[in-house]
Write a protein that binds this ligand. Structure first.
Ligand SMILES: *Cc1c(COP(=O)(O)O)cnc(C)c1O
Length: 380
């Protein structure tokens, strides 16, 4: 039996155009050289590819190419941003407070939890998942070094008012970081309109390869201490031989997203409308969070255990939230922070669609869901 994929918020298949571009940077006939080799053409050609990739990423997010630091993904970017700022600026500024949200990705939360000599304030969002700006204003002060709030939540699709959050953070003299991993190709933004100093990017959430990402570092805004030492690549902020194929793959994925996201979002808006209509018809299902990006729909299904529901519909691959948590049977920290009970959390499901999702697949999903929910409810 074929399983249809509805877990695009955890990762996406690589676009064939991206694969094609990546493969040209691997073999003996390709651009396999070390981009840091300056003594021969192999290195020069690879370096040209890397700089094309840097220019392309910078252009799609409205940054300067010199503001892009390559990393292995958004997890590393979050670590580099938060630990980097704390190590480089904690003593020189005398500031020792970080403000973040309880609903952030674990890459932010666990990084904050492992810092020494700083106080971390974890704000609770409103029940709709959105941060209340008054609550932020209450805790911001001249001891605040960093504010870290994501743009699009990976479990609910909820969008945070980053522009306003950044304005408040800057008024207090703090550095503003945002995890942007889920927002590329799903929302219209530039680093300029967001007003952030640091932004974490990933390739594999938008049909690029896994294992590559970047950190946007606004010039002149803050200092970052490198987290791995080596060849002083990336202007001393991140050492390590640059993986040409990965960077080119990420850039091609971002280029395609910038070009095609308008139409794609329209189509996916249509999918969400259909999902909402079907859910209403089934009854006893609530959508969690304020209306955000249409790609992610998180629902709580009354009287149905999500694990049992997933087992009852092997035709579709959905999830109970973040992939990082799916090994444990703990309900999602995001939903709990939004006020859902443990039982409600365990009755919740995330459906996330992507570029490859088709109309027919949505039909299959909705039929399957409707049938499985009624079976489980009548058996209860
Ligand atoms: C997937 C994801 C990450 C982790 O990104 P990697 O590139 O896999 O390290 C971080 N933050 C958010 C919001 C994500 O969705």
């Amino acid at each position: 039996m074929m399983t249809v994929y509805f877990d695009n918020a955890s990762t996406t298949p690589v676009d064939p155009r991206v694969m094609d571009k990546m493969s040209k940077c691997l073999g003996a006939d390709g651009t396999f050289g070390n981009p840091a080799s300056t003594t021969h053409g192999f290195g020069w050609l690879a370096s040209e590819e890397v700089e094309w990739a840097r220019d392309t990423i910078a252009q799609t997010i409205g940054a300067d190419p010199r503001e892009i630091v390559w990393t292995s993904g958004a997890t590393e970017s979050d670590n580099l941003a938060i630990r980097g700022v704390v190590e480089a600026m904690r003593h020189s500024t005398g500031r020792s407070k970080i403000i973040t949200l309880e609903t952030e990705h674990k890459a932010v939360l666990d990084t904050c939890a492992n810092l020494r000599d700083v106080d971390v304030v974890y704000l609770k969002p409103d029940a709709d998942g959105v941060l209340n700006l008054n609550r932020l204003a209450e805790v911001l002060d001249d001891n605040t070094l960093l504010v870290s709030v994501m743009l699009v939540n990976n479990e609910t699709g909820v969008v945070q008012p980053i522009q306003e959050i950044a304005r408040l953070a800057h008024q207090a003299g703090a550095v503003m970081h945002s995890d942007l991993a889920q927002s590329v190709g799903k929302l219209d933004w530039t680093v300029e309109t967001l007003g952030i100093d640091l932004g974490s990017l990933s390739a594999h959430k938008i049909h690029g390869p896994k294992g590559v990402g970047a950190l946007y570092v606004k010039r002149g805004s803050c200092r970052i201490a490198e987290q791995q030492h080596g060849g002083q690549h990336e202007r001393g902020m991140r050492s390590g031989t640059l993986p040409t194929h990965q960077l080119v793959g990420m850039a091609e994925a971002y280029r395609i997203a910038a070009e095609e996201s308008g139409l794609e979002i329209q189509r996916i808006n249509g999918y969400r409308d259909r999902i909402e209509t079907a859910i209403e018809a089934i009854g006893g299902i609530r959508i969690n969070g304020a209306r955000g990006v249409p790609h992610i729909v998180n629902v709580t299904i009354d009287g149905v255990d999500a694990e049992r529901l997933m087992a009852a519909m092997p035709e579709v691959a959905v999830s109970t939230g973040s992939a990082c948590n799916s090994a444990t049977l703990e309900p999602s920290h995001v939903l709990q922070s939004m006020g859902l009970s443990r039982q409600e959390g365990l009755s919740s499901l995330r459906i996330s669609v992507g570029r490859m999702t088709t109309d027919e697949e949505i039909d299959l999903l909705l039929d399957t869901l409707s049938y499985a929910v009624s079976q489980l409810r009548s058996a209860a």
